[in-house]
Ligand binder design. Structure first.
Ligand SMILES: [Zn+2]
Length: 129
């Protein structure tokens, strides 16, 4: 889709700080992103194991995670309705089952929280209906 070509000029709109890193399938195995990595191998170098293995752009994973976050959370960290539902980025990743604690998930976390670390749930997470 030619996304990579325009990434530099779209950084401000991206909502995350680009990592410019690549990850191989082995380093992403058993994470929520292993299938995305397997389908997007673009470069023969992994920034995690430093091996010359086919790797996928980490920023693509960050973008997908951020899209997922944005569908459930408001980046302004406050809402009139659920003003008390403030989470930091790590809480949000845990709630969305995107937190593994591995180097890859830490980079994804840092990339997102660099721009915004206050999230407010768009809907009540403990609604009693
Ligand atoms: Zn690797």
């Amino acid at each position: 889709m030619g996304i990579g070509k325009n990434i530099a000029s779209k950084n401000d709109a991206l909502g995350f700080e680009p990592t410019n890193k690549y990850v191989c399938y082995e380093c992403a195995e058993n994470t929520p992103w292993e299938h995305i990595v397997a389908d997007n191998l673009q470069k023969k170098h992994c920034d995690y194991c430093q091996e010359e293995k086919e790797s996928a752009p980490v920023d693509m994973l960050v973008e997908k995670v951020l899209n997922e976050i944005n569908s459930s959370y408001d980046p302004h960290g406050f809402s009139e309705t659920y003003g008390e539902k403030i989470f930091d980025t790590e809480d949000v990743l845990i709630q969305l089952d995107y937190w593994t604690g591995c180097a890859l998930s830490i980079d994804i976390l840092e990339s997102i929280k660099e721009r915004n670390d206050d999230w407010c749930a768009k809907e009540s997470l403990d609604s009693d209906d």
